[in-house]
Design a protein around this ligand. Sequence first.
Ligand SMILES: NC(=O)c1ccc[n+]([C@@H]2O[C@H](COP(=O)([O-])OP(=O)(O)OC[C@H]3O[C@@H](n4cnc5c(N)ncnc54)[C@H](OP(=O)(O)O)[C@@H]3O)[C@@H](O)[C@H]2O)c1
Length: 288
Amino acid sequence: MNVLLTGANGFIGRNISAALTAAGHRVTPVSRHDSIDFARMNAPAHWLSHLKHIDAVINCVGIIGETGSQRFEPLHTLAPSALFRACEQAGVRRVLQISALGADETAFSAYHLSKRAADDVLRGLDLDWFVLRPSLIYGKGGKSAELFMRMARLPMIPVIGDGLQNLQPVHISDVVTTVMHSLTSRESRKTLDILGTETVTFAEWMQWMRRAQGLPPAPVFRIPFRLAMAIARLARHFNPMLQPENLRMLQTGYRADVQPLVQFLGREPLAVQPRLFFSDAVHTGRPS
Ligand SMILES: NC(=O)c1ccc[n+]([C@@H]2O[C@H](COP(=O)([O-])OP(=O)(O)OC[C@H]3O[C@@H](n4cnc5c(N)ncnc54)[C@H](OP(=O)(O)O)[C@@H]3O)[C@@H](O)[C@H]2O)c1
């Protein structure tokens, strides 16, 4: 297959790209690195010339916080919606959208709402679509994974409130395997949460990250939610991930049923192991 892969040089995109190439597919990459800025791709006509000889589209573009011209609505909603509509016009039937866990009817953040708006457009089109909603992804080179790794190395681990927020982290391998299976599956028109089997609290996750880095457990340093929000209002100028709204999403915690993923993959997601924190995706295929 010739696959148009947006966000091809990002954390998820480059792991998908490697798996596609290894499986013998051709990757047509799209990112600003390839001179295509989503901020300017908000009409189907902008995409049609890029869809010639394309068999499938995977959208992995996204931001976790707004900076400068990088805004949620154009990047998460307008450009992907235009791309999906162009796919319908061009007859590119198989379209995979990387959304995010929580981009559902409970969404309240601009991040999730802007993702959900594009997911809804895709779900309304006559295409063989998949909306894939990963939980927090860990593995080598992920921006949020690296930020958490750095935080876990501190002598005291900062947590918001009691640090008991729920996470169901998933390894990048399981995300890539789900994408690869979605690409060729006889099933389609499916919204699937991609998450691990283990639910951990944020404080536990930090300790796991310490262990993976060969460090002993550290005491936690509890930051009251209001103070954390005030700090985030300043810190967002240094790191867009540290947005107050991202803290609100962390505070909310997201859990979902892993069984639909288990059924789709034909196996459980990978159990957390120290070496996985430093590994790229290994596309494990689907047991027959
Ligand atoms: N990582 C996670 O834990 C996680 C979990 C759930 C959902 N997700 C979602 O998955 C998607 C990808 O995440 P990621 O971790 O791979 O992020 P990432 O490493 O930051 O990659 C983002 C990709 O988007 C591209 N991009 C950004 N702005 C662009 C623009 N204006 N025009 C065209 N391309 C643009 C980037 O390329 P250039 O900068 O070169 O343009 C890059 O390829 C995001 O939507 C994210 O919300 C991620």
